[in-house]
Write a protein of this length. Sequence first.
Lengths: 385, 258
Amino acid sequence: MIDTRLSEEQQALQAEVARFAREVVAPVAAHHDETKTFPYAVVEQMAAMGLFGLPFPEEHGGMGGDYLTLCLAIEELARVDQSVAITLEAAVSLGAMPVYRFGSDEQKRRWLPELVSGSRLGAFGLTESGAGSDVASMRTTATRTASGWVINGTKEFITNSGTDITSLITVCAVTGRKDDGRPVLSSFLVPADSAGLTVEPAYSKVGWHASDTHPLTFANVEVGEDALLGAEGRGYSNFLSILDEGRIAIAALATGAAQGCVDESIKYAQQREAFGRPIAGFQSISFMIADMEARTETARAMWHHAAARMNAGLPYKKEAAIAKLVAGDAAMQNARAATQIHGGYGFMNEFLVARHYRDSKILEVGEGTSEVQRMIIARELGLPS
Amino acid sequence: MKIVVCVKQVPDSWSERQLRADHRLDRDAAERVINDLDTYAVEAALQIVEQHGGETLALSMGPASAEEAVRKALQMGVDAGAVVTDDALAGSDAVATARVLAAAIASLGADLVVMGVESTDAKMSVVPAMVAEVLGWPMLTQAQALSIDGATATIERQTATGHDVVQADLPAVVSVVEKFNEPRYPSFKGITAAKKKTVDVLTLAGLGVDPTTVGTAGSPTSVAAAQPAPTRGAGVIVDEDPAAISALVDFLAERRLV
Ligand SMILES: Cc1cc2nc3c(=O)[nH]c(=O)nc-3n(C[C@H](O)[C@H](O)[C@H](O)COP(=O)(O)OP(=O)(O)OC[C@H]3O[C@@H](n4cnc5c(N)ncnc54)[C@H](O)[C@@H]3O)c2cc1C
């Protein structure tokens, strides 16, 4: 078992983000959910606090923390607002991280300062209508031209792709075929204001209302030679490694959601009376909360474990998949229990647990469905999957 | 420009606070945090230095744990800290506290002292003025804005109806109100950097303060009795009918609110 104790500094940051979530994020969360508006002012304050720079070294304008520290912040935000948490998660782990991990010095100089400071957001375009879990069915193409590449195709469900402050969309595209017909995938750094790139109208979603999600259309989008991120043909494996670590971040987000459900349920069960006593006095309610707490602690222990392995340079693919699987499940189950504990009020949108109920479903789907996590775990065990 | 910000460690005002048998606040009963209004003073100092250059120093008087309040200021970006701690200080009232802070400021040197307008535990709002008095410096109270031009400090002093513009020559003491700014949240870089910053421990002997002029002995205030605030009575509910309007007006008029 690896040491997962947090440093004093990590604990201090966790406490500050919790305070920020309580004081700045929570008071406007229901409003942005109801109006389906992107919380620009909140994001600006998150940027001022350095949250977008958490895992990056100071030479790139970062805070000198690590991936685990980023995940601590994501978890605290998700307790009160999953939309804000996913905005940070996608911007850092999917937007800036690929540039930091695979970019050339020039690409890093061009993109990292604004992404790391949080003044601009990056997005990550992998999913297509015909290619979600099955990435190899991707249709979007990038074809060589005299001066670079031309990209054609569509992407679906791309987080942070249409905000006023989105500057970069990293796109995965087919750049050729192998002898067996499988696609050669490469990734490209596409400026958000590129000619031919259309950000289609936002989706009407079940949850994550204050997070920005759009389909994207690429019609002869021309980019330079310098847009290729990493080596040609490395797009797939690069994305896989980004998704591996991203799973830990989503697991942290889901743990925050599960914790938020526990927080609200304890408060409500102690204050709501029925049959002459607080409903917390009924064992069916207190046991429900005990189970919620058990799921939350399990999920947290698992993502800390996966993150600690990653920080220590140990393999963590299986652990990250387990963390994502159990945390997504914990969030969904806790949201269901928490709304039950809240009775009719749990069905009212202004209650945080109702928002968690709508928001948590995607945690079993986004960045790899629960079935995909099981496939990864089975594969890591040497089973055919 | 050297700015000293005074910060106080107080019991968390979000938690239940208790009085001891001697009617004084039980400081061990609640979690200790930096006085909220002092973070506004820290923010003010940081903004002045960002505009004009210079250095900032956070100063606290209190038990050894007061260093935690100073560290919080360092996490926000203050350069260095100092804590005056001494067994003889226990029981110091506002006058004794001001004496000690003034001695420390004189010893550390400052062009400007910034303080929160009150602490959330004692709520007396007198220490900043007393510090200025002991130092013999001008005092600018209740600042909602502050600008420095050469050797002059200009503030907007918050009033019930708006603000007054008040000026003083430096060195001066300024107390700030909540309206001044939104204190920044420490970043991870700030938190990491704060660990490496120095916090000097100052003693009464080092500052040349006579121990009989501070602590319980040197404090003219004594607490004779204390009572918990009365619990709130039931309110009056006004129905939504035409009579409600005159009822509301009468209510406000009785309390001289209109
Ligand atoms: C709000 C939101 C934000 C998103 N943000 C982004 C983003 O920023 N960037 C991005 O690229 N994508 C993003 N996505 C897309 C998301 O990652 C995909 O929706 C997800 O990976 C699932 O793909 P799919 O929707 O095509 O489902 P499918 O892959 O079609 O899956 C349908 C069902 O079949 C199951 N299934 C598929 N294959 C197998 C198999 N081999 N064995 C067993 N079961 C299988 C799945 O588990 C699922 O239950 C986002 C989605 C949403 C809803």
